[in-house]
Design a protein around this ligand. Structure first.
Ligand code: URP
Ligand code: ZN
Ligand code: ZN
Length: 494
């Protein structure tokens, strides 16, 4: 049977290989990889000479059309968010369906589906944010939702409206272990941040830069250590998201070296921004407020090392878009104190170009590692692999064709989100995704979008026990105590 489309003469890269091959696409999937593939039925070809043919990116941590704890709606809805993602070389996103306390998770998921189905132009799955792990949620809703393809959830150790205590965290971890889901944790010590924040404000230290002081490095490493201990107690996989410090990365590494299935994630803001960015004139520093905050040059270096040496498996944008106006960052006035600045920075469109340029281009990571961080690892961890996250016969033809030599100056005006600013304004990168195919359809080419609203499709995730290929198999729990085998009964409370 003839192909619908052939990508010819490109260099294909996956997380494992780099090879010259044509890619034959039929019915939305990769149908053949090889030299000199026959011509497509109606002659449709893309000449990828001199280009890299890579799996479409999977951005697995971003906030789209989500209401914050402060009651602010993100600046991007599922249209602008997915258009921006597509122009940045992504073909799948995994944003959050966020439960606020008192809400049924089923209702939350239904709500997010309604938002996404009519607008998304690329494919999507959902992580769940669990802020209210009631008996109903833990006993009924979550087990059923996991079966339906929502196999990962984010929990928080901080934020008044979201945080779980350690007991609740254990309940969620135990459920994840039982049902084969993956827990992602935002790890910062709430009381440390609260204590420091109150004293800073009492002393008159209100400017955005004090956000980075209140969110002390120790607050992150302490909470990281603690949540790893909780995961160890139950011998359950855990992913620590948006890591910003060398100390937290070291906690993750130590756990991995002891054989625990602990995973890590970092984001562009921790490679390219520092706390000094929060000290811009006036309220401008608010544009860079996110949690955890950007740190310093040595932390940036530690993040690069952790990406290169597989301490971190995931590189996401944590795109949390708020405009620099009264709808977002300045909702509490033109000079808000740091406690009243919406948390988050945009980055879905520049995540991959920044990583490619500064990572591959500067020799910090190789091209295979880039692909792993861009797409493959997220697909594996969250249960989308091999349908997504690679270029292989039978996989969805989600492909980004990159010009590795194209030089681009990043600026808000060229981006497709609805944020109005970028923290990376004026930064020059080399390498850009020029053509993007979603399930075999060209959706971005020549700087233009060709995708209908709502043409993105929901992708249910397999059990996140798909984390297994990256780690060792989980040992059995002691059938009597229900604790991990290395926790002796005499150590356990009765
Ligand atoms: O500051 C951030 N990262 N805001 C988004 C919410 C979160 O915690 O990921
Ligand atoms: Zn977070
Ligand atoms: Zn986030």
């Amino acid at each position: 049977m003839a192909f619908d489309l052939v990508i010819r003469n490109g260099t294909v890269a996956t997380a494992a290989d780099i090879f010259a091959a044509d890619v034959g696409i039929r019915e939305g999937r990769v149908a053949a990889l090889g030299e000199g593939l026959e011509t497509a039925a109606d002659g449709r070809e893309i000449d990828a000479t001199g280009k890299l043919v890579l799996p479409g990116g999977i951005d697995s941590h971003l906030h789209i059309e989500q209401l914050s704890g402060m009651g602010l709606m993100n600046a991007d809805d599922f249209y602008s968010g997915t258009v921006s993602a597509a122009f940045g070389g992504n073909t799948t996103i995994i944003p959050f369906a966020a439960q606020h306390r008192g809400q049924s998770l089923r209702d939350v998921v239904k709500d997010y589906h309604e938002r996404a189905a009519a607008k998304a132009v690329i494919d999507y799955a959902f992580h769940l944010i669990i802020s209210d792990p009631t008996e109903q949620v833990l006993g009924q809703e979550l087990p059923a939702l996991i079966q339906d393809g929502y196999t990962s959830f984010k929990v928080y150790t901080t934020y008044d409206m979201l945080r779980l205590d350690d007991y609740q965290m254990l309940e969620v971890l135990a459920l994840a272990r039982r049902e084969g889901a993956l827990v992602m944790v935002h790890a910062e010590n709430h009381e440390v941040i609260r204590w420091l924040g109150e004293r800073l404000l009492a002393g008159g230290y209100r400017a955005p830069k004090y956000h980075a002081v209140a969110h002390a490095r120790l607050a992150e490493s302490e909470a990281t250590h603690r949540v790893i201990a909780l995961a160890e107690l139950l011998d359950v996989p855990l992913l620590v998201v948006h890591v910003s410090t060398a100390e937290a990365a070291a906690e993750i590494r130590r756990a991995q070296d002891r054989g625990l299935k602990i995973y890590g994630e970092t984001c562009p803001q921790y490679l390219f921004l520092t706390a000094a960015d929060l000290d811009r004139p006036g309220a401008e520093g608010a544009m860079f407020c996110c949690s955890p905050p950007p740190r310093d040059a040595s932390a940036q270096e530690a993040m690069w090392q952790a990406l290169a040496n597989d301490t971190f498996q995931v590189f996401s944008s944590d795109h949390a878009p708020y405009r620099f106006d009264e709808s977002g960052k300045l909702a509490h006035g033109p000079e808000p104190d740091f406690k009243h600045v919406a948390n988050g920075v945009p980055g879905v469109e520049v995540r991959l170009p920044l990583l490619f340029s500064e990572g591959v281009g500067k020799g910090r990571i190789d091209l295979n590692r880039f692909v792993a961080l861009a797409a493959t690892n997220a697909a594996r961890l969250y249960g989308l692999y091999p349908r997504k996250g690679t270029i292989a016969v039978g996989s969805d033809a989600d492909i980004a064709i990159w010009d590795p030599l194209r030089e681009v100056e990043i600026g808000a005006a060229m981006l497709h989100d609805n944020v109005g600013y970028t923290p990376y304004e004026g930064r020059r990168v080399t390498g850009w995704p020029e053509i993007v195919l979603r399930r075999g359809k060209v959706i971005v080419a020549d700087g233009a979008l060709d995708a209908e609203r709502g043409s993105g499709a929901f992708q249910p995730c397999a059990s996140a026990e798909a984390a297994k290929p990256l780690g060792r198999p989980a040992p059995e729990l002691d059938p009597e105590t229900n604790f991990a085998a290395h926790i002796q009964p005499e150590d356990s409370p009765t």
